[in-house]
Design a binder for this molecule. Structure first.
Ligand code: DGJ
Length: 539
């Protein structure tokens, strides 16, 4: 054996590091096999969590071009009889995911699934005495399990810990499963909190120190009850604190067995309207309680929004809200309809670690009107195009998004131009609906056709800064025109070069240089997956 061969051989046999989340300078990366990972995800339908349905999952995953599948594992299926576990579905899922070359995010459907205990085993959901439901303010019973009950928490923790223990056994070396969602859209509809005698007692007690600290509050002695500290928000904050603490307990028990990154997902609150908790899932990880979740649930890495808002204003507002508080951006569920695909650019441009349309399998079910009604190779095209663009550069983009500055925009519903300020030195104007040549307003040519396939907005782009005057550009259905920014006012922009290329083993390989018609009318990105390295200069 030659001397130089030894380190390579050693490196090959070295165990791969466990997936984990890292944060630096307000950015986050999901590290998979030791490097930042970009999740081009897809979530299956709720009842696809059985071996019989997996044959309908993999073809859809392949058609959409996802590198990660999000699949639920239900408490009722792994512990149908108390203390007796059945992980055969998890085994089938992990084995087949490997065969299909995709990673897995497991979704734990336990005490809360869309707030209800439907996925809890019947020995839990039918035993109100042992596992009490919440009491509403009028004294009637809620459908929702109470987060104040130790017995329920202990039972959920035990099942989840068993799942994670099993996962470590079957996947502790290969890391096919890269992250776990703890519960699904927790919270409660129809009651802002639990009003049981037990809850009432705690509600009259002091706000926990950790929460006061997080909020920067120092109430006077005797003035520290929930109502005294939080006034009209007290009921909701109380509920959020207790659900988050409960989830933290479950996550902690699981991570003690196998320490994968964990997150929670939210049935979102209206991002642009001032609405009360009566109108959404109170106590769930809505944007107004992100800090409460962070304080109560340190074992949760990410608080993630499920976004089914179709319109761009609301969508972008949700992304902004969930990017606050140093919370890594991740969209674990979004609509599967055409207009949602472009929002991947907004997510990845903001440094988001992943994005996943919901209901991606060929079981024949669609969740229209929340998502799309055509889950077929054709219907998935808007997403598969975006994934085909990012796929070959996924690791490079994830690294850039973590280490460099990046921007991203999705075409707005108004379909208007957008100007992206690239650090003041440069700016990019993004326009939509242009052909690759000329301008929409060239009326001297008479009427010409509109660009086809643009009935719904589908454009967008991301830009990463590589050096002061150099950018990487990926996009679809958009024209990107670079110009000098305010800091270089008065100067004229010129392309030093526009390289079209690809990454091979992490190295940039140039296929050709764009010039002439290909740059005279901005850089025109169609539905072909093209990556450009743009070097700018002034004269
Ligand atoms: C959001 C939930 O988290 C999913 O499990 C699913 O119920 C979708 N809504 C709607 O189909």
């Amino acid at each position: 054996m030659s001397v130089s061969a030894a380190p390579a051989a050693l490196a090959q046999s070295a165990p791969k590091p466990i997936p984990h989340l890292v944060k630096k300078n307000g950015k986050a990366a999901l590290m998979v096999d030791g490097a930042p990972y970009l999740m081009l995800g897809a979530q299956v339908n709720n009842s696809s969590n059985y071996p019989s349905q997996l044959p309908y999952v993999w073809p859809a995953l392949k058609d959409i071009g996802a590198n990660t599948v999000e699949v639920n594992v239900a408490w009722e299926q792994v512990e149908p009889v108390e203390g007796q576990y059945d992980f055969s579905f998890v085994d089938a899922l992990v084995t087949q995911a490997r065969e299909n070359n995709v990673r897995v995010v497991l979704l734990w459907f336990g005490t809360w699934k869309n707030t209800s205990p439907h996925y809890a085993p019947d020995w839990v959901k039918l035993n109100n005495k042992r596992f009490p439901r919440m009491t509403k303010q009028d004294g009637t019973i809620s459908y929702c399990l109470s987060p104040m009950e130790e017995t329920t928490l202990e039972a959920d923790k035990k099942a989840f810990a068993a799942l994670m223990r099993h996962l470590k056994k079957i996947d502790g070396e290969q890391h096919t499963v890269i992250m776990v969602q703890v519960q699904n859209e927790s919270g409660t509809y129809g009651s802002v909190r639990d009003y049981s005698p037990k809850a009432e007692k705690v509600f009259k007690g002091p706000v926990p120190e950790a929460l006061l600290k997080k909020k920067g509050l120092k109430p006077a002695k005797g003035q520290n009850s929930w109502e005294q500290v939080f006034g009209k928000h007290a009921d909701e904050y109380f509920h959020a604190w207790h659900i988050a603490s409960y989830i933290n307990g479950v996550a902690e028990a699981g991570r003690a067995e196998y320490d994968l990154p964990m997150y929670v997902n939210a049935a979102i609150r209206e991002p642009l309207l001032d609405v009360g908790p009566e109108s959404y899932s109170s106590g769930g990880p809505t944007h107004n309680v992100i800090d409460i979740y962070q304080a109560a649930a340190p074992k949760i890495d990410i608080i993630a929004p499920d976004i089914y808002k179709r319109d761009s204003k609301n969508y972008e507002a949700v992304l902004d809200l969930y990017s606050k508080y140093d919370n890594p951006l991740f969209v674990p569920e979004t609509g599967s309809d055409t207009e949602f695909a472009r929002y991947a650019f907004s997510v990845f441009g903001r440094g988001g670690i992943g994005f996943a349309p919901f209901g991606i399998d060929y079981t024949g079910y669609t969740n229209y009107p929340l998502g799309g009604k055509d889950i077929s190779p054709e219907g998935l095209k808007p997403f598969s195009k975006v994934y085909a663009l990012f796929g070959p550069a996924q690791r490079e983009w994830a690294k850039l998004a973590f280490e460099n500055q990046t921007w991203g925009v999705a075409e707005g519903d108004d379909r208007a131009d957008q100007v992206v300020d690239l650090n003041g030195r440069w700016k990019a104007t993004v326009s939509y609906g242009e052909w690759q040549f000329g301008f929409k307003n060239w009326t001297w040519l008479g009427d010409f056709e509109a660009v086809p396939g643009r009935e719904k907005p589908n454009g967008g782009m991301v830009v990463a800064q590589l050096s002061e005057d150099e950018f990487l550009l990926l996009g679809l259905h958009a024209r990107v025109t670079f110009d000098v920014g305010d800091k270089q006012k008065g100067k004229n922009v010129i392309y030093r070069s526009v390289e079209e290329g690809r990454f091979v083993d992490g190295k940039w390989v140039v296929d050709r240089i764009w010039n002439g018609d290909q740059t005279d009318y901005g850089l025109n990105l169609t539905d072909a997956p093209r990556i450009l390295k743009v070097k700018l200069a002034t004269y």
